[in-house]
Design a protein around this ligand. Structure first.
Ligand SMILES: [Zn+2]
Length: 364
């Protein structure tokens, strides 16, 4: 089990139940961190590379730790490792040995765990200490190991189209991800975050790998959508979420790297097919252009203010974990955290009535 989440990871074939308990401990809705690459660049890292943020695992691990700490300071309950684009195949293509590549994957998880330990230490001694309470309650923090899609490894933008071509089968995806998943799981994260999943086939590959490799760490499946109804490939989001629902090792289902304006409808659609906690961590509303590797403001894109003003609505719709993806930063996460805590204070009574603390609200 992970070292930070109290009792987290010990679950009897009910990963979703374990995550619900954590969400309750976090105040009814957990705060997920924001974009890693954006912040690394902000701190001077050069990410013009196929390895993207994973490049910093080699060149600047201290920057990664700093960004994790910034997100913890901003109120994150879950920090995500810098392994989204870190793959054994990607590192080997750059001349690293298999052993070195696997060590870098482990390092991504360990850096996040170090940041959590530093943060917890500061909390007990320093400015984060809760005043006026006899026993200050630490904010629960989990470390999620990020697993990017096959498209993220290809670095050709295909995680935003879901089109891997006919030659790529579910078996191709399973053999691509198998060893990486095992190495990340062995590094001891509290969660495994399968992110920016662009199609149903990759979700099926992940579900089968979790079973076949007997991965006992709760996972979440997060899809990306461009139209609010389907994953990037065009597979209906309900079918994608149903794959996650049918796998007992999956703790939560959601969407990330999706425009904020699409998120509300996606939460409602996902909740039609699963009662597992729903995670949403949209991007800033800008659009990624694969050809130029740039983000551009899209028509109808939400500003940061709009993004944060949506948080209450997402929670009302049933989101249990809320954070940010690309082009969001610690300021976004701080605003999300404040918005959620304001919501929680406003409807404290509702939560007291919940059977297990998870907001099982009627979807109106
Ligand atoms: Zn993103």
């Amino acid at each position: 089990m992970g070292r930070g989440g109290r009792d987290f990871g010990e679950y009897d074939d009910d990963a979703a139940g374990a995550l619900r308990r954590f969400v309750r401990e976090a105040g009814g809705c957990a705060v997920v961190d924001g974009g890693l690459a954006t912040e690394l660049e902000e701190h001077g890292a050069d990410l013009q590379d196929e390895l993207w943020s994973a490049r910093c695992l080699v060149s600047a691990p201290h920057l990664i730790r700093k960004v994790h700490l910034d997100y913890l300071d901003a109120g994150a309950n879950i920090i995500t490792s810098a392994s989204y684009q870190a793959t054994i195949q990607g590192f080997q293509a750059r001349g690293l040995s298999r052993e070195q590549s696997e060590a870098l994957l482990r390092r991504s998880v360990h850096i996040a765990q170090e940041a959590r330990a530093i943060f917890a230490d500061g909390w007990s001694k320093g400015p984060h200490a809760t005043r006026g309470r006899s026993s200050p309650r630490r904010r629960p923090v989990l470390v999620a190991a990020s697993v990017g899609s096959y498209g993220a490894y290809l670095a050709d933008g295909s995680e935003y189209t879901g089109d891997y071509g006919r030659s790529v089968t579910k078996e191709t995806l399973k053999s691509f991800h198998r060893r990486r998943l095992q190495v990340l799981a062995d590094a001891g994260p509290d969660l495994i975050a399968f992110e920016t999943i662009p199609n149903k086939m990759e979700a099926e590959a992940y579900a089968e790998l979790l079973e076949e490799n007997d991965i006992r760490i709760p996972a979440w499946f997060s899809f990306t959508s461009k139209d609010g109804r389907s994953a990037a490939s065009g597979d209906p989001i309900t079918e994608c979420a149903a794959v996650a629902d049918s796998c007992a090792r999956v703790a939560a289902v959601g969407v990330n790297c999706t425009a904020p304006r699409l998120v509300h409808g996606l939460i409602l659609a996902i909740r039609k097919v699963t009662s597992k906690p729903v995670a949403v961590y949209p991007n800033s509303g800008e659009t990624y252009v694969a050809e130029t590797k740039e983000w551009v403001v899209s028509e109808g894109g939400a500003s940061e203010t709009d993004f944060v003003s949506c948080v209450g609505k997402w929670r009302q719709a049933g989101a249990a974990l809320v954070g940010g993806c690309c082009r969001t930063n610690p300021a976004t996460v701080r605003a999300i955290s404040r918005a959620l805590h304001a919501e929680a204070a406003a409807d404290d009574d509702d939560y007291a009535d919940d059977v297990d603390g998870f907001p099982v609200m009627a979807v109106l």
